[in-house]
Ligand binder design. Structure first.
Ligand code: RIB
Ligand code: CA
Length: 312
């Protein structure tokens, strides 16, 4: 077994972020160095509390957590409480946190973990990119210690928050523009692909029969999450967007990618936050992103099932 890939998860739990945390903990191919939280799905206090609560549920309170930006770089915060509930993890009661967030905050924790790692670290942002943009701006000297940024965000086709934009990019397009133009190896997991790998209600209901607290809590969480997707799209089940980004790192063949030039719209109010993916290579510019184009859905469901079964 090759040495596990060191990763840092930057997230806004969020139902799908919560499962991404479990997956990052469970996979032997990955070593979760720490979690930083950002305002996105809900406010920063709630996303931080939720990350700590998931770690308590998973029995991993030793994983360091630090909170970051409570709003985008230049715009007011707009949340997705209608999707995730006002707590950000509506549908179940999480255990109380067993640890406090690190007082130094997200940017300092990112710098500490990246600087101290024995090899370059992969950053896995699954919320708005505010923390990552701030970290890259504050620590240019650490850029060569970042192996890759593997983010969940954006779309090749229509958006899920506006006709043009996916939520994570739309919340902070200026931050996303800085990350997409930073010149760091970048993988983009889009909603076009995460929507190909819904977890059906029957699948998530079955987690309750695992006989574990984690199974019961996640079954309840995803009943709530699936309700929103049923009302919005008429789907049976939910896309677990953020878990796809983590699963891809653990199992590189799970998601297929192609290299394209991608730029972020930061001016037009009509298309704000759109990731403009130059599939026909019309810009003449070299590719800067490995963009998801397909997923092995059956294998992803296996990974999710194995992950849920791995916790008490
Ligand atoms: O558009 C989906 C993304 O927005 C996911 O990361 C979800 O958690 C929300 O943050
Ligand atoms: Ca998220």
């Amino acid at each position: 077994m090759p040495t596990p890939t060191p990763i840092i998860l930057d997230c806004d739990p969020g139902h799908d972020d919560a499962l991404a945390i479990l997956l990052a903990l469970a996979r032997p191919e990955l070593r979760l160095l720490g979690i930083t939280t950002v305002a996105g799905n809900v406010g920063l206090a709630a996303t931080t509390r939720n990350a700590l609560g998931i770690l308590a549920l998973a029995g991993r309170p030793e994983i360091p957590v630090a909170s970051g930006a409570d709003r985008p770089l230049v715009r007011p915060l707009r949340t997705a409480a209608q999707v995730h509930g006002t707590s950000g993890l509506e549908g179940a009661d999480l255990p109380a946190p067993l640890a406090a967030p690190r007082p130094e905050g997200a940017i300092a924790l990112l710098a500490e973990l990246v600087r101290g790692a024995s090899e370059p670290v992969t950053l896995v942002p699954t919320g708005p990119l505010t923390n990552i943009a701030l970290f890259l701006g504050a620590h240019p000297e650490l850029r060569d210690r970042i192996a890759r940024i593997c983010l969940m965000g954006g779309s090749m086709g229509e958006g899920n928050w506006t006709a043009s934009a996916e939520f994570n990019i739309w919340v902070d397009p200026e931050a996303a523009d800085r990350v997409f133009s930073a010149g760091i190896p970048l993988t983009q997991v889009t909603i076009d692909v995460t929507h190909q790998a819904l977890v059906p209600v029957a699948e998530s209901d079955a987690w309750a029969s695992l006989g574990t607290r984690t199974g019961r809590v996640f079954a309840d969480l995803f009943r709530f999450f699936a309700g929103w997707h049923a009302r919005r799209y008429g789907w049976d089940g939910s896309p677990i967007h953020d878990a796809v980004a983590v699963a891809h790192l653990a199992l590189p063949g799970l998601v297929t990618t192609e290299d394209y030039r991608v730029q972020v719209e930061t001016h037009s109010e009509l298309t704000l936050g759109r990731t403009v993916i130059d599939r026909e290579r019309l810009s003449g510019e070299p590719p800067n992103v490995s963009v998801s184009v397909g997923i092995d859905r059956a294998r992803f469901l296996d990974v999710v099932r194995e992950t849920l079964a791995a916790f008490p």
